[in-house]
Design a protein around this ligand. Structure first.
Ligand code: URA
Length: 295
């Protein structure tokens, strides 16, 4: 049993290091410590500061220092044993709620989810340089919801999704559909910026999805648009090429779901904008929207 725990811990610490997280220290004290010599226990140093400390006697080099007072979340068993990555569609994660939030209470319900997220430390992204948790933005009663991948540098600074260059293109796309940004709802698969804008890891997406799922359940959009393959993969629970997912309807939490290119991809390859426009026209037909007349 101890061997199993040790193996899991090793894998997790290595995983964090691979991600570029080399600083395992919070508030000046180690949460995880690589203890080469058992005769110099880190726990003793912590205890000297009169901190409640529990150590697990693991046989080899890694010891876990659990400081429940300083870091109650990091010491939870599920944090130490990350969920096994598996792809499950948002529809298969949990059934739709029996009672739905009514229009007058949606903003309040979203605020409650945000409060519950708090200063989240549920996944490694909390320790990977994130500055702000980017919850989501827009009309709590929106008929149309866009889901991207994860915040970038601009979003991490501002706390709002899609405010950088890709966000400007998304704004233009929304406008071309005859809508204003304030009329739609925008969120991401993960709410914290992955380091160097890398794709979120499964453990990060699978930890954060519970909140996005509830945001979708509260907003109850008529249509969800998955922006790019990461959003499509996690929302639909399938790993397929974007081209095989585009141009048809899928379903997600009672909404119709369409897949299109991520605006960041369109910035890199503007030739694909025509195809993205076809995807948006499919959405517009469903929502009865007309493109504004050109001035
Ligand atoms: N890319 C995303 O996927 N989401 C953002 O919020 C910004 C850029």
């Amino acid at each position: 049993m101890a061997g199993e725990v040790e193996q899991q811990l090793r894998a997790y610490v290595e995983y964090l290091r691979d991600m570029g997280v080399h600083d395992f220290y919070r508030q000046g004290e180690p949460v995880y410590a690589d203890v080469a010599s058992a005769s110099v226990p880190v726990a003793a140093k912590v205890a000297a500061d009169d901190v409640v400390v529990e150590t697990r006697p693991l046989p080899a080099k890694i010891a876990v220092v659990e400081d429940r007072r300083l870091d109650p979340v990091a010491s939870r068993p599920e944090f130490l044993e990350p969920p096994i990555p598996k792809l499950v569609s948002f529809d298969d994660l949990v059934p739709l709620p029996e009672s739905r939030v009514d229009a007058a209470h949606k903003a309040e319900a979203l605020a409650a989810i945000q409060t519950e997220i708090g200063d989240c430390t549920r996944c490694p992204l909390a320790y990977a340089g994130r500055r702000t948790i980017v919850f989501g933005d827009g009309d709590a009663n929106a008929r149309l919801m866009f889901v991207g991948e994860g915040p970038g540098a601009d979003e991490d600074t501002s706390g709002l999704p899609f405010v950088g260059k890709a966000g400007q293109l998304l704004n233009n796309m929304i406008q071309a559909m005859g809508l204003k940004r304030e009329e739609v709802y925008i969120a991401n698969i993960v709410k914290c910026r992955p380091p160097a804008n890398r794709v979120p890891e499964p453990v990060e997406a699978n930890t954060c999805d519970q909140f996005l799922l509830r945001q979708i359940d509260v907003v109850q959009p008529q249509v969800v648009v998955a922006l790019g393959s990461t959003a499509a993969m996690y929302l639909l629970g399938v790993k397929q090429s974007l081209s095989s997912l585009r141009g048809k309807w899928h379903s997600c939490r009672g909404a119709k779901l369409a897949v299109t290119y991520h605006p960041a991809f369109l910035l890199r390859d503007p030739r694909m904008k025509g195809d993205a426009w076809k995807d948006l026209q499919m959405v517009m037909a469903e929502l009865g929207l007309k493109a504004p007349a050109k001035a």
